[in-house]
Write a protein that binds this ligand. Structure first.
Ligand code: MOS
Length: 738
């Protein structure tokens, strides 16, 4: 045992991907399939006055031009935020084409369907829409705001701040960021007169099915959602977007399979984004560096109809020991599509601000920034007043400092040089909640000596097929090539969202239980199968070890291969079903422990003032994410997240045209993400302390934690190199020339 878990296991789905055999949503094609292209609003605020489809309808190959009058009824889903098999959640709650009001640029107003993609494009272009247009509001200054409310509170922060010896009071801005996974959003919808089969790129097929059933007005047994492979999601694909309902509705109206692929430009308009966030941070401390108060007041933009809250206070109440704290949130409505989660929602923007402010406080105090964090390490979660299940932030800080060589740091701005370059060294701590969603899974032992493990969670590119196969292989004592992992289909036992870095923690207990039950069923079979050597014995006297059944106390090598009993019993398989409750922030129970992953980033930048060139030249990241089930996949997650952090710090920003409300850099030439040349070699280290309060193997999630804190560490390094404190991302050369 314990031979498969913890091993650097390459992706079991790797060969399918590199050979092009893995089918993504838009790769599916069916006889008679037609292509749908949405018509997007060219205003951001106003009303449709008329839609003239006469020219478009007559174009060659056109099957239909759908709009509000002829798409059929689409309902608003009644949300149920409770995680699990009955969850119904989406960020844009308005059903597509529901009314004639335009609330954001690019809003779908019609849908052209034709026998080829090109003809559908041409028809969409030929639809003439007239509008009554109003001035849109996409203002980047987020006051005035609505709904300011308290998120967390303790002590009297105003009083403590007023009396404090050392204070920081600054505002930190984050621009809107757009998810840009390589795989575009896409829906291929089939309707057979009773049932919809929807090929989607979904981070949660079960929720997607529940939402679409409601929008389409059918029972959820009549919707099947399939996501076998995904070219990444990052939260943008957590919830269904309106193109899915449009494709399904068109398939029903036309009685044909319909494919709808969202364009890269529409990715900036219609399928979520991280909202603009402005945060005022007030910190105070004693001269010797003890925090006395922390206030975080944030506002994020949201759409006209939806209350998307970027939960910036996610990590704040428990990150450091501070007796007086207040966190408030507010929303500012803008003419933009609904925002949505983006990797590390809340905590990533929140830590950008609070970890920048901690650096500013360290400077004022004249205390090393690592030391300041060590001084303020809490004994327990002071927000929830419960113990941590496992917390090793201090070790992340000290290990990172020693691996980076932090002791060599000269704190004076611009004082460190190498090869004619000015060096900046900065660091930040990070945290991300650890939780478990409810989950069910099935395990089968089959008559060919293999096992099958299945669950309606999905692999969003992070390695879930591999982890699930490892878990089953570990429990069954079978090599991983004897285990088939089947995911991404609502016909399988209801599995969790691939989100919140909580899928792995969720599947562990369910798969372990399912495997145990499959073994129980096998042992029972061994006592009853005709001709079995163990016929007539008690199952309790038998034991299963690494694929063999043997009497307890006798060596496993003397046992009989499990498939023998299946053949004797004339059974294809025995199976077990396992399930587990949610826990922590995504569960239904009141937590006894506060569970989070922790970490620290240490960053070196190089600065050449002569030519205004800033590079990230070195990153050392140390992560406490419990037991690492697969170091290859784990490291890959953290490295990818740090790359996103470099993009967030230096490049990414969605720009809206103030006159039209259009996202104007809506392509990968103008919306800059980090490329290879922007990314140095990344050093990732795990401190491995199993968090067995979360599951038997002690694994926490490991996606979003890697992005948290990176932007602050880079901004802190930039200050150290240049003396310029940038409080508005992205950090541009222009900021550093002032
Ligand atoms: Mo993550 S933002 O929960 O996909």
């Amino acid at each position: 045992m314990m031979s498969v878990i913890g091993r650097a296991q390459p992706r079991v789905d790797g060969p399918l991907k590199v050979s092009g055999k893995a089918l993504y949503a838009s790769d599916h094609r069916f006889p008679g399939m037609v292509y749908a292209v949405p018509v997007c609003s060219t205003i951001a605020n106003g009303e449709i006055q008329g839609i003239d489809t006469s020219a478009a309808s007559l174009m060659p190959g056109v099957h239909a031009i759908f709009h509000r009058e002829n798409i059929g009824t689409l309902f608003r889903a009644t949300v149920n935020h409770e995680f699990g098999a009955d969850m119904v959640h989406l960020d844009e709650t308005r059903a597509p084409l529901e009314d004639d009001v335009i609330r954001y640029y690019g809003q779908y107003v019609a849908l052209a369907v034709a026998d080829t993609f090109e003809r559908a494009m041409a028809a969409a272009d030929a639809v003439k829409v007239t509008y009554r247009s109003l001035q849109p509001n996409v203002d980047g200054q987020l006051a005035p705001e609505t709904n300011r409310k308290t998120e967390s509170e303790r002590g009297d922060p105003a009083k403590a701040f007023g009396e404090a010896e050392v204070r920081v009071d600054q505002t930190y801005d984050l621009p809107p960021e757009t998810h840009n996974p390589i795989e575009l959003h896409a829906s291929v919808a089939l309707w057979d007169g009773t049932t919809f089969t929807l090929y989607e790129t979904s981070q949660g097929v079960v929720n997607h099915r529940n939402v679409l059933a409601q929008m389409l007005g059918v029972s959820k047994e009549n919707v099947r959602v399939i996501t076998k492979f995904m070219g990444s999601g990052f939260g943008g694909k957590l919830w269904p977007w309106t193109q899915s309902a449009l494709a399904a509705a068109a398939a029903r109206q036309l009685d044909k399979p319909v494919k709808l692929v969202v364009s890269r430009r529409m990715m900036f308009q219609n399928v979520g984004h991280r909202p603009r966030v402005q945060q005022r941070i007030r910190l105070s401390a004693t001269r010797d560096g003890r925090l006395t108060s922390l206030r975080q007041d944030w506002v994020n933009h949201t759409s006209i109809l939806d209350d998307y809250k970027e939960n910036c206070g996610e990590a704040t109440p428990q990150m450091y020991s501070v007796p007086n704290l207040r966190i408030t949130s507010a929303l500012a409505r803008r003419n933009v599509g609904s925002p949505s989660p983006m990797r590390g929602p809340g905590a990533v923007p929140g830590l950008w601000a609070t970890e920048s402010a901690m650096d500013e406080l360290a400077l004022k105090l004249g205390i090393d920034p690592v030391e300041l964090r060590l001084i303020n390490e809490p004994e327990l979660d002071e927000g929830l007043k419960i113990p941590f299940s496992s917390r090793h932030l201090k070790e992340c800080l000290t290990t990172g400092a020693s691996r980076f060589g932090w002791a060599e740091r000269d704190p004076r701005v611009g004082s460190m040089k190498r090869d004619g370059l000015t060096l900046g060294w900065g660091m930040a701590g990070c945290s991300w909640q650890a939780a478990r969603f409810p989950c069910a899974a099935a395990v089968e032992l089959r008559d060919d000596g293999t096992a099958r493990v299945s669950c309606a969670t999905q692999d969003i590119g992070t390695g879930t097929y591999t982890i699930v196969a490892q878990l089953a292989g570990e429990t069954l004592g079978l090599p991983i090539d004897k285990v088939e992992a089947v995911l991404g289909d609502t016909q399988l036992p209801a599995g969790p969202l691939s989100g919140g870095s909580a899928a792995t923690a969720a599947v562990v207990p369910a798969v372990l239980e399912a495997a145990g039950k499959a073994i129980d069923a096998l042992l029972a079979l061994a006592t009853t199968a005709p001709g079995s050597k163990f016929a007539g014995r008690k199952a309790a006297d038998l034991e299963y070890t690494s694929g063999r059944v043997h009497p307890k106390g006798e060596p496993a090598t003397s046992g009989i291969a499990f498939e023998t009993f299946l053949r004797l019993g004339n059974l294809g398989a025995v199976s077990g079903l396992g399930s587990s409750e949610g826990c922590g922030a995504f569960g239904t129970t009141k937590p006894k422990f506060s569970s989070h992953s922790f970490g620290a980033h240490f960053v070196e930048v190089t600065w050449q003032p002569e030519i205004a060139r800033l590079r990230v030249s070195r990153v050392v990241t140390v992560i406490d994410a419990g037991r690492i089930l697969n170091p290859l996949a784990g490291r890959n997650q953290i490295e990818g997240a740090v790359v996103m952090g470099i993009g967030m710090s230096l490049f990414e920003e969605t720009s809206y045209d103030q006159r039209t409300g259009a996202p104007i850099n809506s392509n990968l030439a103008d919306y800059i993400v980090a490329a290879n040349a922007d990314v140095p070699a990344l050093e990732v280290h795990f401190v491995e302390y199993p968090d067995t309060k979360l599951n038997a193997l002690g694994a926490r999630g490991i996606g979003e934690i890697g992005l948290a804190g990176v932007a602050a560490a880079i901004a802190n390094a930039v200050y150290h190199a240049t003396g310029v404190r940038v409080r508005e991302l992205p950090i541009t050369i222009e900021d550093l020339l002032t």
